[in-house]
Design a protein. Structure first.
Length: 126
């Protein structure tokens, strides 16, 4: 079996490759530990278990950090995509001489202000 894992490309690929490399390293350490136990007995096994516990905690923290960064990046990309899509739709609507959501909201606000003025004028005795 080859020591090199297939490499992928892309933004999240580097993190995936690091995780795959870490997994491969842990696998090799486990195989080495098995060989050590066969030679050194129970004392070596206990040392390796304790060492493994310390490493495991670090690996979980590293995975959590990587997942958090990936989630933040995905959220940021989704927000950017949404903004670009909205801008594109607004541009298309303006070109077609149709009102956008913003235009309709502005018109609604103006109508509300006008209604308030009319109510005020009709309530005031002359």
């Amino acid at each position: 079996m080859s020591d090199a894992a297939p490499k992928t490309t892309g933004t999240g690929a580097a993190a995936t490759d690091r995780l795959a490399d870490a997994g491969r390293t842990i696998w090799l350490a486990g195989l080495g530990a098995l060989g050590e136990i066969e030679r050194g007995g129970r004392e070596a096994f206990d040392r390796l278990v304790e060492r493994g516990r310390r490493v495991e905690g670090g690996q979980f923290r590293a995975v959590d950090r990587t997942v958090s960064r990936a989630a933040e990046s995905a959220e940021r990309l989704a927000e950017e995509a949404d903004a670009r899509l909205r801008h594109g739709v607004d541009t298309l609507l303006h070109r077609a001489n149709l009102p956008t959501r913003g235009d309709l909201a502005e018109l609604s606000a103006r109508l509300d202000r006008l209604s308030e003025r009319l109510e005020h004028l009709t309530e005031t005795p002359r």
